[in-house]
Design a protein around this ligand. Structure first.
Ligand SMILES: *Cc1c(COP(=O)(O)O)cnc(C)c1O
Length: 334
């Protein structure tokens, strides 16, 4: 795996928890207030009290609706008229397409050819115009920028945008509002929108909690970046966690992560499959591989969590049924 690094540009002003509160007001009545679930089996296994914030039950099946809806709600009438363009491996695409439809504006979505079929179909179903590209050879940012320039569209990136990440932070805000302060919080980590937004809510509502981001082991650019203090870029990682295949963190997300996060951990694909099977059989819910990252890492360090109150964000539930059966079935048969 080749790794290069560059120094992050210092943003003028980083978003704050007040921006998360403003986002919460904007999405109210549009996003679901998702359930916080507990499991006696998990509590016994951990010797701890574990609270799952279940964004797999969010609209379009992932937390990304929060950031997308928040960002599009802030468009001027002029921006609304021309519409939005987004590039995404799936959930951000669906989130933008659905939010655009609700707000009555056109959307164009740049998606990788090998994105899960269910995600491409769902995005089309929400009214998004799809442009496909090859994620291993083409630059999606360039494609998105070209479309934006040619047609006057506003580009909303999947994570490195203040309105997107503060929208994502509303999930953790709801978690703390519901269960109070926690000792440790785990969230999946791709480009860092969810983790940086969660960091703002955590430092405001549960300042002493240890906060961990969790990446797929095959794509640990965030861990390398966090530990080296500079954004590290890797080749697109090959992992079943398709929502966290980002090659590097964003400038804004990295600045917030450096400031507020305690550590970045990793989970293997095998641990993610194990967690998918557990959620399905014991908690009766469907979680996509990326959505399992937080639980997988928490389980691996459960001995350090004894007696604690632990929050785990389950980030999404969008997985093809055939793919789910293939992954979980093969593990069950082994
Ligand atoms: C996008 C996504 C992530 C990663 O979120 P970032 O904000 O890019 O870090 C994790 N899980 C799911 C289900 C996602 O869709």
């Amino acid at each position: 795996m080749s790794a290069t690094s560059h120094t992050a540009a210092t943003p003028v002003a980083l978003p704050t928890y007040a921006d998360v509160e403003a986002a919460a007001r904007r999405i109210e009545g549009h996003a679901h207030r998702t359930p916080v679930l507990t499991s006696r089996t998990v509590d016994e296994l951990f010797g701890a009290q574990v609270f799952f914030k279940c964004e797999n039950f969010q609209r379009m099946g992932a937390f990304k609706f929060r950031g997308a809806f928040n960002a599009l709600s802030r468009f001027t009438p002029e921006q609304r008229r021309f519409g939005v363009v987004a590039f995404s491996s799936g959930n951000h695409a669906q989130a933008i397409a659905l939010s655009a439809r609700i707000l009555g504006m056109p959307s164009t979505i740049v998606m990788p050819k090998d994105a899960p079929a269910a995600k491409i179909a769902a995005t089309r179903g929400y009214g998004g115009q799809i442009v496909l590209y090859d994620r291993y050879t083409e630059d999606r940012l360039q494609i998105g920028r070209d479309l934006a320039e040619k047609h006057g569209l506003t580009l909303i990136p999947p994570f490195d945008h203040p309105d997107v990440l503060t929208g994502q932070g509303t999930a953790a805000k709801e978690l703390f509002d519901e269960v109070g302060a926690l000792d440790a919080v785990f969230t999946p980590l791709g480009g860092g929108g969810l983790l940086s937004g969660t960091a703002l809510s955590t430092r405001a509502l549960s300042p002493k909690a240890k906060l961990y981001g969790v990446e797929p082991e095959a794509g640990n650019d965030g861990q390398q970046s966090f530990r080296s203090g500079t954004i590290v870029t890797i080749d697109t990682p090959r992992t079943i966690a398709d929502g966290a295949q980002t090659p590097h963190l964003g400038d804004i997300t990295f600045a917030l992560i450096r400031q507020h996060v305690d550590d970045v951990l990793t989970a293997t694909d095998a641990e993610l499959v194990d967690a998918m099977g557990f959620f399905a059989s014991r908690m009766k819910m469907l979680v996509e591989p990326t959505g399992c990252l937080g639980f997988a890492a928490a389980k691996a360090m459960k001995d350090q969590l004894k007696g604690q109150r632990v929050g785990i964000v389950i980030s999404g539930g969008n997985v093809d049924m055939a793919r789910f059966c293939e992954l979980v079935g093969a593990a069950a048969a082994a």
